[in-house]
Design a protein around this ligand. Structure first.
Ligand code: ZN
Length: 409
């Protein structure tokens, strides 16, 4: 044994002699992400080995979580203050030192829930995490919720008599086209962060909401958001949602980051089924695909099955259409920002995998470039970018009228 190791060994013995708990585990952060889909509570701690037990109680509905090998600290106690009045699932939480080394959390619930509790290893800026996801017993059907929202909107605005979208040529089609808008990241996953602290997840949500307004204003078109709040949606779930609302196309909205603050300009990506078109595109896809690891996903049987099924389906036709859509969008984006690449690039982006929906991923600007970060924060620029994306989408539909599928609603 080397001298250094010997010193370490005797240090450990000394600690044991003092009866310090084997796991001097401390909670370093707590975060709560309430959303209609589910509410997530993340408990971040500094060392592995946090063991937990959960009990679901009824009348009234409560979720009890015992965290073992832990003493209560102010960070964990602060969880009480993190619960928002508008949380769909949690009314309040009580936190207490239940046993000398066990902290008990009691969540008083607003409705019966289905909990999913799992741990995540350290990744990106995070240490170890215990994740408590509180799902409703019956998952919301995105299509039903979407239609309900659409009807309410129609009731409050005079309805167009005849949707003229894609009324071109002999293949005249009069049906609503649905555009799925996918603001990247969210919740535990902030996405890229600019020098001034601008978070990708926030600016892309703002742009997506503005773009939704632009699209909803068009007769015969309506937009659906895969995420309308600050919470994480796994990549395969985004694809699944777009398919559930029978989207005609999907636009995932992001903001780039690069090591050099000089990198600038907008770019558009499509899926590739045979490798990336450049090393940079491959790197970008890897970075965007890492969202699931940072945001935190527990792959359930049916989710991983779905992900595998999607991987197995042919995407050749989808990619062809996605390239057309991407080129139409690039043509409009160059009016509001310089282009990082003139052509649509391709790589294996997980969120673009819907085999039956033309899908593109738009990098609106480089959040790592100080000038572009400044623009991304600016409402006027967000609005311009939203208008440019809407024009690109309309230009695509004008050239590629949606088929009269039996999906008319
Ligand atoms: Zn992103």
């Amino acid at each position: 044994m080397k001298r250094r190791d010997l010193l370490l060994a005797s240090g450990a013995t000394l600690l044991l002699g003092l009866k310090t708990p084997a796991h001097a585990l401390a909670v370093v952060a707590v975060r709560v992400w309430p959303a209609p889909d589910y509410t997530r509570v993340a408990i971040e701690h500094d060392t592995p080995g946090l063991s937990y037990k959960t009990h679901l109680l009824t009348a009234p509905d409560r979720l009890v979580v015992d965290l073992e090998g832990l003493t209560l600290n102010p960070t964990l106690r602060d969880l009480v203050a993190r619960i928002q009045a508008n949380d769909p699932y949690i009314a309040q939480v009580r936190v207490g030192q239940f046993l000398p080394t066990t902290v008990r959390l009691v969540f008083d619930l607003k409705q019966t829930i289905r909990p999913s509790v799992f741990t995540l290893p350290p990744v990106a800026q995070y240490q170890h995490r215990l994740v408590l996801d509180l799902y409703p017993i019956e998952e919301q059907d995105p299509l039903l919720a979407f239609l309900k929202g659409y009807e309410e909107q129609q009731a409050s605005t005079p309805a167009p008599t005849d949707p003229p979208v894609a009324a071109r040529g002999p293949a005249q089609v009069h049906r609503l086209v649905t555009v799925a808008l996918d603001p990247g990241h969210g919740g535990e996953d902030p996405g890229a962060i600019g020098r001034r602290g601008t978070r990708e997840k926030d600016v892309v949500l703002r742009i997506a909401r503005l773009l939704k307004k632009e699209i909803d204003r068009e007769p015969g078109m309506r937009a659906f958001l895969t995420r309308d709040g600050d919470y994480f949606v796994p990549l395969s779930r985004r694809v699944q949602k777009a398919r559930q609302v029978r989207a005609d196309l999907m636009v995932s909205i992001h903001a780039d980051a690069w090591v050099s603050p000089k990198a600038r300009g907008s770019s558009v990506y499509a899926l590739s089924d045979r490798g990336a078109t450049s090393a940079a595109a491959r790197w970008m896809a890897q970075k965007e695909n890492s969202a699931d690891g940072i945001g935190g996903v527990r792959l359930m049987g049916k989710d991983s099955q779905l992900a595998q099924t999607l991987l197995d389906m042919s995407t050749t036709a989808q990619i062809k259409d996605s390239l057309k859509l991407g080129q139409a969008v690039l043509g409009q984006m160059k009016r509001v920002n310089s282009l990082h690449k003139q052509q649509v690039e391709q790589a294996g982006f997980a969120v673009l995998r819907a085999p039956d929906i033309p899908s593109i991923l738009v990098e609106t600007a480089f959040i790592s470039n100080p000038q572009e970060e400044q623009r991304l924060r600016d409402h006027g620029y967000q609005q311009e970018m939203a208008r440019a994306l809407a024009s690109g989408i309309k230009a695509y539909f004008a050239q590629n009228p949606p088929l009269a599928k039996s999906r008319m609603m």
